[in-house]
Ligand binder design. Structure first.
Ligand SMILES: [Zn+2]
Length: 252
């Protein structure tokens, strides 16, 4: 029962972040005007704006113009619903608040980076605010946060510098370093190092697959935020079940 309530709440949070993902890169206000169909501009009444349900009932089409609704909407709602449901079902209350809020912000960052190759500073700041709350209320420990930031910023910063020295190309963006700061502060140093490895591996696989499908292009931009965010959230979830895995890795 709790699970369903928090899942549903998460889908509404996802619905809000869908608006953020759509409007923030366009520099539009997040609060007004009300949600409208991107195709016919008709504003969407609240009873047609129910997360997941409306999309399913309308078979993915706008009720007014029959224009297709982007799969982004149900996908972001579903992912947020699952994470909020899981977090509040599994974690102690204060940790669940931090983990779910931060995940929602991170998913929006990942989605925007995937679309326009940019990590929005406003969302980074929102993440920092959530983390400050976590430190002030003792949900995250100072040392864990500081070492995590070191791992999340210095390590990729070093790799960026090395890449530039060798290839004279900028591998990652400074947005990725800002994201590394948030992720490191949240998951801590060990999980952050794992996150960097896992994300690099996923990015490399994606780059190879895209190159095979679309042809080799050394200048094709590859957004890194989606891989970082996916890796960090996955490792965070797995580490809740298997602290021994992380412990063993520390022992290595
Ligand atoms: Zn429409």
């Amino acid at each position: 029962m709790d699970l369903l309530i928090f899942f549903t709440f998460g889908t509404f949070v996802g619905s809000f972040f869908n608006v953020v993902i759509y409007r923030m890169p366009r520099n539009e206000s997040i609060i007004k005007p009300r949600s409208h169909c991107p195709t016919c501009k008709t504003s969407i009444p609240f009873y047609r704006n129910i997360p997941l349900v409306s999309f399913i009932l309308q078979v993915g089409k706008c009720a007014n113009c029959q224009g297709a609704i982007s799969f982004q909407y149900p996908a972001v709602e579903l992912i947020n619903g699952l994470i909020w449901g899981w977090a509040f079902y599994t974690l102690p209350f204060p940790e669940a608040v931090i983990a779910s809020f931060l995940s929602s912000i991170l998913i929006a960052i990942a989605w925007i980076d995937a679309r326009i190759y940019m990590v929005p500073l406003d969302l980074i700041i929102a993440g920092v605010v959530v983390l400050l709350f976590a430190v002030i209320f003792g949900i995250l420990s100072y040392s864990q946060v500081l070492w995590g930031i070191a791992a999340g910023v210095l390590l990729p910063g070093f790799m960026m510098g090395l890449t530039w020295l060798v290839t004279r190309r900028q591998g990652m963006g400074f947005g990725d370093l800002q994201l590394g700061l948030i992720l490191g502060a949240w998951v801590g140093p060990i999980a952050m190092i794992l996150t960097l490895f896992f994300a690099s591996f996923l990015g490399l696989v994606a780059w190879i697959v895209i190159s095979m499908v679309k042809g080799l292009d050394r200048d094709r931009p590859l957004p890194f935020a989606p891989y970082l965010v996916f890796s960090a959230i996955s490792i965070f979830i797995v580490s809740e079940y298997s602290t021994t895995l992380i412990d063993q890795l520390i022992m290595l």
